[in-house]
Design a protein around this ligand. Structure first.
Ligand code: AP5
Length: 183
């Protein structure tokens, strides 16, 4: 199975849910920038204070902050990894390419989880995280369309992208993902 992966997709598509399962079953490092940033907020660190309001609004936090977090996790890790919620824009994707070249590693596959807006919103409203109210969800979807969706063409051009239908049960989607990581 491919070992160096990116999960891409709109908020609520199930990136975190599927990434956690796959990382646990295949011994990959699960690196979720959203989870790492939320942990900083929770801990009340300086970084947490810097990002809290931005996250609550649904905007992206600064590329430099996120890149520093990713670099610190990847530079001492030579095994498989799964990046979830990063990169989020073209500048982050290009910075990741540079970092990986430096570390002599490369992305093996990018999994795009696709789901209708109606289902995305329904899933997020029933979760109820602090940034899961309807107004902020709609803004996160807008930020996704403007800043993150251009990565679809970027990774398609690099022949790394595979799309997976993200509707259905967690188990069904997990099987679809494993199937596209085999060859
Ligand atoms: P982040 O934490 O990455 O949030 P997100 O992209 O909005 O993703 P979500 O966690 O909402 O969705 P998901 O696709 O992971 O779905 P999940 O599995 O959780 O980012 C949050 C914020 O942090 C950003 O807005 C930004 O401010 C900042 N940030 C993070 N990364 C950044 C970066 N790289 N650069 C700059 N800023 C960054 O599932 C959602 C819900 O659906 C759950 O309740 C789950 O249980 C449920 N669910 C999952 N699968 C199914 C299913 N098959 N059926 C029914 N329910 C399901």
């Amino acid at each position: 199975m491919k070992q160096r992966l990116l999960f891409l997709g709109p908020p609520g598509a199930g990136k975190g849910t599927q990434a956690q399962r796959l990382a646990a079953s295949h011994g990959l490092l699960h690196l979720s920038t959203g989870d790492l940033l939320r942990a900083e907020v929770q801990a009340g660190s300086d970084l947490g204070h810097q990002v809290e309001a931005v996250m609550a609004s649904g905007e992206l936090v600064s590329d430099d902050l996120v890149l520093a977090i990713v670099r610190s996790r990847l530079e001492h890790h030579n095994q498989g990894w799964l990046l979830d919620g990063f990169p989020r824009n073209l500048a982050q994707a290009e910075a990741l390419d540079r970092l990986l070249a430096e570390l002599d590693q490369r992305i093996e596959r990018v999994v795009l989880l696709e789901l209708d807006d109606g289902l995305l919103i329904q899933r997020l409203l029933s979760r109820g995280r602090s940034d899961d109210n309807e107004q902020v969800i709609r803004h996160r979807l807008e930020v996704y369309r403007q800043q993150t969706a251009p990565l679809i063409a970027h990774y398609r051009d690099l022949a790394l992208l595979v799309s997976v239908d993200a509707a259905g049960s967690v188990e069904e989607i997990g099987e679809r993902i494993k199937a596209v990581l085999l060859d």
